[in-house]
Design a protein around this ligand. Structure first.
Ligand SMILES: [Zn+2]
Length: 343
């Protein structure tokens, strides 16, 4: 996929704020924002292949795929020590194009959807719910409303790096804190029934230790909801214009398919109960037999085949976007009217 390696352009069209923060971040990379390199995959293999040399902002972060297990990872990536600074100063304006807290951090309906996916596995009348990367708490509020409607009481708590979001959530009565997960888990007395990692896991620089912290604050029978953007869903991901380059961002340290997520988390004691390629998945803590080397190896072939087809027929997949089709129909109608008026 030559375009992924030689694209001279910025894949995303950026607004003024995004351009400003992209340039600010670029200047600080390797300085106040430390970088780290990953030279082997989480499975231990160093047989990797470079997929792309930039991310959606045109920033110089490479993406690699592991030939053994198919896991896609970013290298360099932002060093653990610089994450608080990065997430509190750069991430939101760069990603969302606004310096004010945006509730649209999560889609409306996200919290409700999460509850509905977990509901078949919920056996208690009252559950404590923890969300990491809770934003302003909008997922938690929706989750709780939907739970109450089904007769399940909830106690809510969330962690969020960005202080502005925490303040905004607190004003709405949500219990939020901006402590880093490690610090919170070390001192926490509470254990939760439900853990929500919605668009969070792909940001972890160290999945193993973060899953360890999450295990510390989870009850034995806790349900762990994991949502990440799935690489094998790109043909339908119109938010990325179906484009692998627009999907890539330096903030995503890993990119998953359902199968690479399952095999990666199995290494850290999580068993997948439900999953799909979008990826919306439910896990429980349970020692899992590792997938056989052959099964895992198929992921690499499957992802490469998918990306090749995606790139070859990109405009076809993009043309299926219902919004674009609507815009095109409107354009045709308007031009038709204008031509009619000129006659
Ligand atoms: Zn691997």
């Amino acid at each position: 996929m030559q375009r992924y390696l030689n694209s001279g352009q910025t894949p995303w069209s950026l607004n003024t704020i995004q351009k400003e923060y992209r340039d600010l971040l670029l200047k600080e990379l390797g300085k106040s924002i430390k970088l780290a390199e990953r030279d082997s995959c989480l499975c231990g293999s160093s047989s990797t292949e470079i997929l792309a040399k930039i991310d959606r902002f045109g920033l110089p972060f490479n993406s690699y795929i592991c030939r053994e297990c198919g896991l896609i990872f970013t290298s360099p990536y932002i060093h653990e020590d610089s994450l608080v600074k990065y997430y509190s100063e750069y991430y939101h304006p760069l990603t969302f194009g606004s310096v004010k807290p945006v509730d649209s951090l999560f889609e409306r309906g996200q919290g409700r959807k999460i509850f509905r996916l977990l509901y078949p596995y919920i056996t208690k009348e009252k559950i404590s719910v923890f969300e990491l990367g809770a934003g302003t708490g909008s997922n938690l509020i929706e989750f709780s409303r939907e739970a109450e409607a089904q007769g399940v009481k909830t106690v809510l708590f969330g962690l969020e790096y960005n202080e502005k979001y925490v303040e905004s959530g607190k004003r709405r009565g949500i219990s939020l804190s901006c402590l880093p997960l490690a610090q919170y888990a070390q001192n926490a007395r509470e254990k939760f029934d439900v853990i929500i990692l919605s668009h969070v896991l792909e940001h972890f620089t160290d999945i193993e230790s973060n899953i360890g912290f999450i295990r510390k604050i989870s009850k034995n029978d806790a349900l762990v909801y994991v949502e990440v953007p799935g690489v094998l869903d790109l043909k339908y991901r119109y938010v990325y214009d179906c484009d692998f380059l627009k999907y890539l961002t330096h903030a995503h340290v890993f990119n998953f398919s359902q199968s690479t997520l399952k095999s990666t988390l199995a290494r850290f004691g999580l068993k997948m109960m439900h999953g799909n390629e979008k990826i919306e998945a439910v896990f429980v803590f349970e020692d899992v037999e590792q997938q056989s080397a052959l099964d895992v190896c198929e992921s690499y072939v499957e992802i490469m085949r998918y990306l090749k087809d995606l790139e070859e027929k990109l405009s076809y997949y993009q043309s299926k976007n219902p919004n674009k089709r609507l815009v095109n129909r409107l354009k045709t109608a308007i031009y038709g009217k204008l031509r009619g008026m000129r006659k």
